[in-house]
Design a protein around this ligand. Structure first.
Ligand code: GLP
Length: 272
């Protein structure tokens, strides 16, 4: 019998003048549980919610916790609509390193979301610019109730830059729309190819920072030291396009943004 999700006791909050709420939990899994509970609360309040999903290692335990609750019949995602932040390009639909594949396997299928409610990026698109236009138009027709984010690594040579969101890497304009990235930054490709041993293409599709920050509610989740370093610079250095996630601190964005982090990440924010 799958136990109901019990939101773990929050360790503490980090007050921040720009961000609505920063909650710190003891462990990565407790942070994932709290994130899962917050996502489920959005769907409880609005069973037809349109949600943009992040991919990556951070999200795996979050989505697994939700999938357990769906399988136990405690929450129904079947009326929700699903989008995703980004996709590698070119990337075959059945390529395990692809993000549409990740979203299908960890969200669409286990959450019971009908395929007709899902808008996947097409990593096999013949014309990347036409694909960007297609996805931009999809998002222009569908207000997003919740966007779920992870955060990329701090810059290797200078930890005060990067901390990308989706594939909006350092230097991406805050008012960017969906776009095609022909060549990802070295930090991103090194992380995926060298540190994670993945065979990944040079390019990607990504929702832009304007679409991401246009959601009614934004959740960003991160665990561990590296995410903490990226978040420290995001939260306390100047808001600028070298730190894409600092867009979340803009006046019309911060108050609808909630961070869920573990104590390891918080340690880098509180005593860098
Ligand atoms: C990737 C993705 C982002 C993701 C981030 C963190 O590059 N483009 O959407 O949030 O990096 O990934 P992970 O959770 O695996 O650390």
């Amino acid at each position: 019998m799958v136990e109901a999700l019990t939101v773990p006791r929050q360790s503490f909050e980090i007050p921040h003048r720009d961000i609505g709420k920063i909650e710190v939990f003891r462990t990565a899994d407790e942070t994932a549980i709290a994130t899962a509970a917050a996502i489920m609360e959005v769907v409880r309040r609005n069973p037809e919610a349109a949600i943009t999903y992040a991919t990556g290692a951070t999200m795996e335990p979050v989505y697994a916790h939700i999938a357990h609750q769906v399988s136990a019949g405690r929450i129904d995602f079947s009326q929700t609509k699903a989008f995703h932040l980004d996709e590698r390009y070119p990337c075959a639909h059945n390529d395990c390193s692809g993000f549409a594949h990740f979203i299908y396997e960890r969200v669409v299928r286990p959450f019971g979301i009908p395929l007709e409610h899902v808008s996947f990026w097409n990593g096999e698109a013949a014309d990347p610019h036409a694909e960007v236009q297609r996805y931009r138009e999809l998002l222009s027709r569908q207000p997003i109730d919740l966007t779920i984010l992870g955060i990329g690594p701090p810059g290797k040579d200078n930890p005060a830059i990067d901390g990308h969101i989706a594939f909006n890497e350092y230097g991406t304009p805050f008012e960017s729309d969906c776009h095609y990235v022909p060549l990802l930054a070295k930090e991103t490709l090194d992380r995926d190819r060298v540190e994670r041993g993945e065979t990944v293409p040079d390019g990607a599709f990504t929702q832009g920072l304007r679409e991401i920050t246009g959601a009614k509610k934004i959740i960003l989740t991160g665990y561990g030291t590296q995410k903490g370093i990226a978040l420290y610079h995001t939260l306390y250095d100047e808001i600028c396009e070298d730190r894409p996630a600092s867009v979340l601190r803009l006046p019309h964005v911060g108050d609808k943004t909630q961070l869920f982090i573990d104590q390891m990440a918080a340690a880098e924010i509180l005593a860098p």
